[in-house]
Design a protein around this ligand. Structure first.
Ligand code: FPP
Length: 253
């Protein structure tokens, strides 16, 4: 029996891949992807949704338990109104076209962010998709929509402050766990790795508290081009990182 040498190269790095329990993704570059092809920005967003669908499948296949994607930030309100409406409709269309598939694939969807400024029909849709997938036990897909890390911390602070004002919590009882419990992401492990596409190297208000010890991987591809090869490259880079969480390497003297 002959062994194709290409298959050895293929299998070796995958065997040593470390799979993050939580992958965060700042999906950046839809507009530039479109511009580079002489297309409208909205076409970049449509391709971006395809890349997201593909990533969900990859996470399921490779056993990533939690995936958070940044799909609309609280700062994105400064974009042209047409584009905002388009992105909002994209979320509606994504839910309409993919809900059954997500349910079939045992995906639990959580949409984190502020409900302020969202149309009631969109809020109903968000509540509906969360309710219909709440009992699913597979991949947790967290969509950060109308989300800002600072706003999340403000919201958490308000919630804690009202507990204090009501006399149910003493200020000295406030710990990191109190804040954790008041965040949108409560119960979800912090991201092991955060990827940003399009060559930008910023966190842009994404999961600020939760990113305290995340590994960052910046890739040059625009988001619509993020495919399985790029995904595996990210896992390989992550697998080679040594995480110390403020301590020292276990093997160090
Ligand atoms: C980043 O590209 C994309 C966004 C800010 C929003 C659109 C998100 C998606 C298409 C993913 C899926 C969305 C939903 C709602 C499920 P950019 O517009 O910032 O690109 P640029 O930096 O090149 O202008």
């Amino acid at each position: 029996m002959s062994i194709d040498p290409a298959s050895i190269v293929e299998v070796a790095p995958r065997a040593s891949l470390r799979i993050p329990a939580h992958l965060g993704v700042i999906m950046d570059g839809n507009g530039r992807w479109a511009k580079a092809r002489g297309k409208r920005r909205t076409e970049g967003h449509i391709e971006g949704v395809k890349a997201l669908r593909n990533l969900v499948e990859l996470c399921i296949n490779y056993g990533v338990a939690n995936l958070t994607v940044f799909s609309f930030s609280s700062e994105n309100w400064t974009r042209p109104k047409d584009e905002i409406i388009f992105i909002f409709n994209l979320l509606r269309r994504f839910v309409a076209s993919d809900l059954q598939r997500l349910i079939r694939n045992n995906v639990q969807v959580r949409i984190i962010g502020s409900r302020e400024g969202l149309e009631p029909s969109l809020i109903r849709l968000i509540d509906d998709v969360e309710a219909k997938t709440a009992a699913n036990t597979g991949l947790v897909l967290i969509v950060a929509f109308n989300y800002g890390g600072k706003a999340e911390i403000v919201d958490a602070t308000r919630r804690i402050a009202s507990e204090v004002a009501a006399g149910r919590l003493a200020p000295e009882q406030i710990s990191e766990a109190t804040i954790e419990a008041a965040l949108y992401t409560t119960g979800i492990p912090h991201p092991d790795v955060i990827v940003r596409t399009s060559g930008e190297q910023r966190i842009s208000n994404f999961l600020l508290w939760q990113a305290a010890y995340s590994e960052f991987v910046f890739v040059d591809d625009y988001w619509p081009d993020f495919n399985e090869t790029a995904f595996l490259r990210v896992l390989e880079i992550f697998s080679q990182r040594v995480r110390r969480f403020g301590g020292i390497e276990a093997a160090s003297p």
